[in-house]
Design a protein around this ligand. Sequence first.
Ligand code: SAM
Ligand code: SF4
Length: 343
Amino acid sequence: MNGSVSPVQSLAHPMVDPFGRTIRYLRVSVTDRCDFRCFYCMSEDMTFLPKADLLTLEELDRLCSTFIAKGVRKLRFTGGEPLVRRNVMSLIRSLSRHLGSGALDELTLTTNGSQLARFAAELADCGVRRINVSLDTLDADKFRAITRWGDIDKVLAGIEAARSAGLAVKINAVALKNLNEDEIPALMQWAHGKGMALTLIEVMPMGDVGAGRIDQYVPLSVMRARLAREFTLTDLDETTGGPARYVQVAETDGKLGFITPMTHNFCESCNRVRITCTGTLHTCLGHEDASDLRKPLRASPDDDLLSAAIDRAIGLKPKGHDFIIDRRHNRPTVSRHMSVTGG
Ligand code: SAM
Ligand code: SF4
């Protein structure tokens, strides 16, 4: 895989949407498959895409490189579980050339951690500096109940392997009613004790998972108020350009983030777009909007058609989203599952 992008070239065609937001961040779902079945993310009997529909690793490389040439500075792999895609490390290694050239600032991934013990050292060797690991509980039984068949020991070993390889690890946890809501202080103390930030996420109504969201949803405003009774939380000004708002926790000397799509809309500063493993571009997590990039990618070996299709899609990026969960709206706002776009 080749095709390098110089930093000068990458500034030549910035992607600016109709609301003046420059797109700098691309999230790539490299597979819709996963070795877990988290109950809020997937149904138990998910039907996955036929392998023939997937972009090849070479095509994913070309697609990502085109976005980098158009000004993307941060690339995050997600899924499904990115580390279960066969040979995904060859794609990561190949794309790391853009870190070397200075065209890309960051190459990272969000993972469930199950395969990290195998891949952590190689990720670090490819220039990956930090990763997000999703972990909603430290209780082995609850972990199995949430993931339907995940093994927490593998995940914990993966986290240790990542830390030993020098990767900064951030833990992501979805706040789940009657499941882990009481455990959040302990999860935070555990993460902060190891120097890892913790980010809490509200359940988003994406995809039919066979259960009403009202049974899963805890507003993080409520969670924050509960934590504030026990801990001293000080707002931090820093934003990552992303949806998380951070506080510093005095007692644990660690960072706690809140991703609150349901109670606080974060769209005004959104600098990101998402592509799926079939080459569909989604410019907003909370809308059904979709543009096919596979066709222009395959139609011509040079990138002009592809680049024009990307520009058209960015020109239609919606202003924001409006997720609703209440008793009247206890159905998915967006029909695709989170595993399609990777969050
Ligand atoms: N498999 C990887 C993982 O679990 O980190 C990457 C993909 S997963 C879809 C990305 C993130 O989305 C995870 O932190 C997961 O907990 C979160 N997620 C999945 N479904 C969600 C939902 N309906 N609402 C909020 N977060 C969700
Ligand atoms: Fe898999 Fe991640 Fe979805 Fe859990 S949240 S089922 S680990 S893709």
